[in-house]
Design a protein around this ligand. Structure first.
Ligand code: HEM
Length: 497
């Protein structure tokens, strides 16, 4: 009797759940406000196909293929549109009322305060006020000696590798080396304490844990399924969170040590402390400094590594472009000391090469999600109701035939004034640093590092694909929010002048 009641109960539950899922899918397909937009039916009906593609590491490529078929607007989930129309940049990101959707605002377990990435509107504005001056053009000028010290060390270590080898050439993985340099720089500027990766020639455990972006995406995905999320929370053993604890403990220690030091060197903490002193009503707490310094250190290292490694990887197979760049760098300066943040700003070809690298291998290739605010909004000519998630994916937008001519080719010249008319690209589609309230806070520092690291590498070394090695096809890598960077092996020899 009991068995029968149990079975009946189970059957009723399964029937009820199935009916609910199917009727929601039916609604999503035929009655939802987004039902008129093109896209795969399964993705429109259910959330899981998009999440599955995201966790498979190929979602930006799949979305690009969908835009190629369906045009500038594609429905990628029941409630979400991907848009590559250049005009949408301003409509979405320049409007302060578009904020990150709640699923993407969560903090990792144990992080006590919000950061720029996870905060609501008011806290976000308060954080930007405190942190933005630390990465202004003026601040980057003051920080140049700190940055240069690490670029000097990078070049010195690589030169030693070449000089010590019998063949007078050395094969190095530039992803590792650039990561070492960019992490050393941003940890010094963030915490006043470097990871010393260049010296150790190794990653710090803090970095190894924090670079697990796939785990972050699993966390975001679970936000769509609250019951599953609660269950996962219960069954996750404490040991699985040990890495996260190490990251948090190290970050706390580094912030506390820096605060105790009372230094006035031009790092981020100095600027935040100055802000706290002059504007006590909008001050940042110590927990907020910890959370924000972690966000800045990740944002300010991985992005640069992807941009530089992707660009160098492309230069290896583009002899003409490489030669033009080498000529510019080696003819504009008489001595390596002349290569600086200021002096590289006017190098048009260097900038064009980097822009083309950012176009083809954007460090944040995925969709930058935003929720349509109350009252709805018109985007790319369509009125969308409140709560719809919209976003521009850099990878699809920068490689779209409707925005750029010969979109998949590495053609730095398209950025030079004398060639612009010939290409007739829709340059307003190109915003690799984003726009508006959440736009990149470290753009000045990014350009300084991009230009000086590439220029000094080209000044010092000739580069080629190592003999017998298969060169990485950049777009065969997976993307878990950021590129899942595989090795880019390069054979370096001292520049032949
Ligand atoms: C090539 C290098 C870089 C690229 C392409 C890049 C790109 C971006 C993009 C597209 C965003 C906006 C994300 C969104 O709207 O959801 C962003 C935000 C951000 N970037 Fe960068 N970035 C780079 C380097 C840096 C550096 C060196 C720093 C160091 C300070 C930095 C710090 C940040 C921070 C803190 C944010 C979050 C801003 C906010 O939410 O208010 N980035 N970046």
């Amino acid at each position: 009797m009991l068995d029968l009641t149990l079975t009946n109960g189970l059957v009723a539950f399964l029937l009820g759940t199935t009916t609910c899922i199917l009727s929601t899918a039916f609604y999503n397909l035929y009655f939802h406000p987004l039902s008129k937009f093109p896209g795969p039916k399964l993705w429109a009906a259910f959330q899981f196909p998009y999440l599955q593609a995201m966790l498979g590491g190929r979602v930006p490529f799949q979305i690009k293929a969908l835009h190629d078929i369906h045009g500038p607007i594609v429905r990628t989930s029941p409630n979400e549109l991907s848009i590559i129309d250049p005009g949408a940049w301003k409509e979405i990101y320049a409007n302060k009322r578009f904020i990150r959707p709640p699923q993407y605002l969560e903090r990792p377990p144990g992080v006590e305060a919000h950061s720029l990435i996870s905060a609501g509107v008011a806290d976000h504005a308060r954080f930007r006020k405190a942190i933005a001056p630390a990465f202004s053009e003026k601040a980057v000028k003051l920080q140049e000696p700190i940055v240069t010290q690490y670029i000097d060390l990078l070049i010195k270590k690589l030169r030693e590798k070449v000089e010590e080898s019998q063949s007078k050439s050395a094969v190095v993985d530039v992803v590792h080396w650039i990561n070492f340099a960019t992490f050393d720089i941003i940890s010094d500027l963030g915490w006043g304490k470097s990871f010393h990766c260049l010296e150790k020639q190794d990653y710090d455990p803090w970095m190894t844990v924090i670079l697990q972006f796939k785990a972050l995406l699993i966390g975001f995905s679970l936000n769509y399924y609250p019951i599953l999320k609660t269950l996962v929370g219960y069954i996750t053993p404490a040991s699985a969170l040990a890495g996260l604890k190490l990251v948090l403990d190290t970050s706390k220690r580094n912030v506390k040590t820096r605060l105790a030091r009372k230094s006035d060197r031009p790092d981020m903490m100095s600027y935040i402390l100055a802000h706290n002193e002059f504007s006590p009503s909008t001050r940042m707490s110590e927990e907020e400094m910890i959370a924000n310094s972690m966000a800045v250190i990740v944002a300010g290292s991985e992005t640069l590594t992807a941009a530089l490694a992707g660009t160098i990887n492309a230069l290896l197979t583009h002899a003409k472009e490489r030669k033009t760049l080498v000529k510019e760098i080696r003819s504009c300066f008489k001595d390596e000391d002349e290569i600086s943040v200021q002096s590289t700003k006017s190098l048009l070809y260097l900038t064009a090469v980097l822009q083309e690298g950012l176009r083809l291998f954007p460090p944040l290739p995925d969709n930058m999600h935003r929720a349509v605010p109350s009252g709805g909004a018109t985007i790319a000519g369509h009125h969308l109701p409140e709560g719809i998630v919209v976003g521009i994916p850099c990878y699809s937008t920068f490689r779209s035939r409707t925005n750029f001519s010969r979109p998949n080719e590495f053609l730095p010249e398209r950025w030079l004034p004398e060639h612009q008319a010939e290409y007739n690209d829709r340059r307003e589609a190109f915003n690799p640093f984003g726009l508006g309230a959440h736009g990149c806070l470290g753009q000045q520092l990014a350009w300084a590092e991009l230009r000086v690291i590439l220029a000094r590498s080209v000044w010092n070394f000739d580069m080629r694909v190592p003999e017998g090695k298969k060169q990485l096809v950049w777009t065969e890598q997976k993307i878990f929010w950021a590129w899942d960077k595989e090795a880019v092996d390069v054979e370096l020899s001292l520049a032949a002048r």
